[in-house]
Structures are given as structure tokens and as C-alpha cells.
Design a protein around this ligand. Sequence first.
Ligand SMILES: [Fe+2]
Ligand SMILES: [Fe+2]
Length: 292
Amino acid sequence: MLEERTQALISERLQGMDKLPSMPLLYGKLQKLLQDPKSSMDDIAHILSSDPAMTMSLLRLVNSAAFGLRVKVTNIKSAATFLGLRAIASLLSGLSVVRAFGQTKASTLFNPAQFWVHSLGVGFTARRFAQVLDVKDTEGCFLGGMLHDVGRLVLSQHLTEDFTKALLAADRTNTLLLEQEEAVFGFSHCDVGLYLADAWNLPDELRLAIAWHHKPHLLPKAHLAHQKLVTIVGKANQVCIHQAVGASGETRMSPPHAFSAVDFKACDLTGTVETVKSDIQATFAELQKIMG
Ligand SMILES: [Fe+2]
Ligand SMILES: [Fe+2]
């Protein structure tokens, strides 16, 4: 899906750098489990039994208002009973990616913990929009939101100096960081995110959300089946940027017509993000722990 020229450019820039993180073990195990129709909550509980820190983090997030549970869940099995196997698996998948990247150096321009607050915020917001709009793949929307900007972590970890240049230029000229990435690198966080998603063999809807969340209206015809999901992730990103849910370095918004493929009238945009925001800020310390 990535153009050959862009792919070559990214490979060249990343050559000789520390290795890209490999797909988190937990993520791979969960995907396998989800593909098996016979999987049960016991299987997830078993996978997590050797990972008490992840279990704790998961339970804290699940008990946050974002999930709207009326009871407090205290173990994985009851979390899965209330939310479903898929929701738990996708939340764990997202958290496993947070951990795979670990702690990167924070700068005044790009703070990894704030980055994950943004990512989780977009994930929760997209999930909520999907519920309101009756989109079946709510968990795809969540994970797409959680991972949409993952390319920025690659840029900040591996190409730090030039990424800082792009951040400064966006700030100075009041333009999209996306455009400044293209000017400095010849590719954007969307391209490098797709490069990683290809390496990890992520499913199509996640690769598309990563690659097209800023321009869902330009999605190639062959992928139109996923346009709704990509547009929901894109819109969730816009409102989270607008209401400063965490930060991914981007402070400006893409033009609204890019998201016109979906009618968001039924979604309380501001209200949803406000709820998600207070919720996620409360999990900031949790995210820092996962990052190690
Ligand atoms: Fe983005
Ligand atoms: Fe974003």
C-alpha cells in the first residue's frame, strides 16, 4: 500500500538506526486468540496471568468512566463479561503497543506520555462515535484511534533532530505539522506509521486508519469499505486536537470537508471529548507506569 518510492525513502532514513520495535508479544498472542472462534475469557486470563502490571492497568482503565460500567470490576474475567472478549483484547493490544515503545525522551515539543494520552483519547472518542453511529466494528475504531499517530513515535525516537525541525517550523509558520514532516523528510508520520504497520502485519482497517486519518476523503477506491472507520478515527482526532486531549505535536486541524463521508450530527462531539478527557487525564500516571 505504501508507494515504492516512499518505502525506499523511509528505509534509507531508518537504516543504521536502532531497530524498530517488533510487534509486541502480547499483541500477537491476542490476535491469534481472537481468530479462534473457540477462544474464551479463560484464555485471555491465562495469557495475562504472568503479567500482573498489565492486568492492573487494564482494570483501572476499564473502571474509568469511559466504559460507563455501573459496577466496579476487579478481575479480567468479569471485565470480559461486561465488555466482551473483543473489547478487552483490543484494549490490551493498544496497551501492549504503548509498552513496546517504552519511555522515550520527553522534550518541550513532544512528550511521549502526553502522546499516549492523545492516542488513548482518540481511541476512546472513536469508539464512542462508532457506538452512537451504530458502526459494528467499535473495537477497530478504538484500536485505529489508539494507533493512528504511531508514526510520530518512530519519528521522535529515530529521527529526533529532523522531527524537532518539523515541530519548530509548524509552530513558527502556524501550519500543519503533517505538512512540515513532508517538507523535512519527504514523508509524513502517516507514511512511517504505515511502514511500521506493514512490518507488524496489522489488519487492513488499522493500516488504513494510520495512513489516511488526515485525508479519509481521498481514500483510494479499493479501500472504500473502510472509509467509515477511517473517517471516524479522523474526526475523533480532530476533536481531540481541538480540545487538547494530550498532545501529538499537532495543534492545527485539517479542513472539515475531509470528514464529510460520515454524518456526525448524532454525536455530541464536545460532550464526548470532555468526558473522555477527564477520564484519560486520570489515567496519565497509569500510562507512565506501562511505559516503564
Ligand atoms: Fe496524525
Ligand atoms: Fe492525532
